[in-house]
Design a protein around this ligand. Structure first.
Ligand SMILES: [Zn+2]
Ligand SMILES: [Zn+2]
Length: 239
């Protein structure tokens, strides 16, 4: 199975190489200039021209790596857990981890599989599972959440713990900001597509409605995301 590569990682490696060879090339050319100016005798001549060759070769290679950055392809996937965008260099052939929330994103036939929510029976924290989950351990308290499989491989959880999806619409209200303010600001910026100062302004006016008219499922997912960053939020049904 081919390894899944993130577009951002590949671009960074290209730039890193471009930079190293670019700087190396300039240094060699500097040495060339120095030797040309001061060391014009005997064996220095060969060394002088060797520096020129090294310098040009490094610069050439560095430039090539810089050009390759433009050729890096990108397929965008939305993380089913935190809704951040993960860009891969090609269609995903296997599961890959989200660069934002570090959870493993299940993939089937190049598509992200749907994930479902289940409430932990011990600590009541929300957890995710998909048809690929064999063994589910609560992210919060490490207790096992029982999961069973039918003959088609579809996974289900005990009814009592399953998060029931209703048709009602909810609003998500942030009531507390906790101590990890920087993390929370970054999380809210992504969630709401706002800039930093807009988010900071919001945090000064708690409680504040973050989103309105969203499904229970979406509200629960966002709640779970905010909880990680100590953001105290509530999903309130719209009446
Ligand atoms: Zn994620
Ligand atoms: Zn738990």
């Amino acid at each position: 199975m081919p390894r899944v590569e993130r577009t951002q990682d590949v671009i960074e490696i290209h730039w890193e190489n471009a930079l190293v060879y670019g700087v190396g090339g300039v240094l060699f050319l500097g040495l060339f200039g120095f030797l040309l100016y001061y060391g014009t005798e005997g064996s220095f001549i060969a060394l002088t021209w060797l520096m020129l060759v090294f310098g040009l070769a490094c610069l050439g290679y560095g430039t090539r790596r810089a050009i390759e950055v433009r050729k890096v392809t990108s397929v965008a996937y939305t993380c089913p857990y935190c809704e951040s965008i993960v860009e891969l260099t090609e269609v995903a052939q296997s599961d890959f981890s989200c660069s934002e929330c570090a959870r493993v994103i299940p993939v089937e036939d190049g598509e992200v599989m749907p994930v479902h929510l289940v409430r932990c029976g011990y600590c009541h924290e929300l957890n995710f599972y998909s048809d690929k989950t064999e063994f589910l351990v609560c992210e919060n308290c490490s207790h096992e959440i029982p999961i069973s499989s039918d003959s088609h491989g579809h996974k289900s959880v005990p009814k009592f713990y399953a998060v029931v999806e209703d048709d009602a619409l909810y609003e998500l209200v942030l009531v507390e900001s906790g101590t990890k303010t920087e993390d929370l600001i970054a999380c809210l910026q992504r969630m709401l597509a706002l800039n930093r100062s807009q988010v900071k302004q919001m945090l000064d006016q708690l409680p504040v409605t973050l989103l309105t008219g969203i499904s229970r499922r979406k509200a629960d997912m966002l709640l779970a995301q905010l909880t990680i960053h100590e953001g105290g939020a509530e999903a309130r049904p719209l009446v």
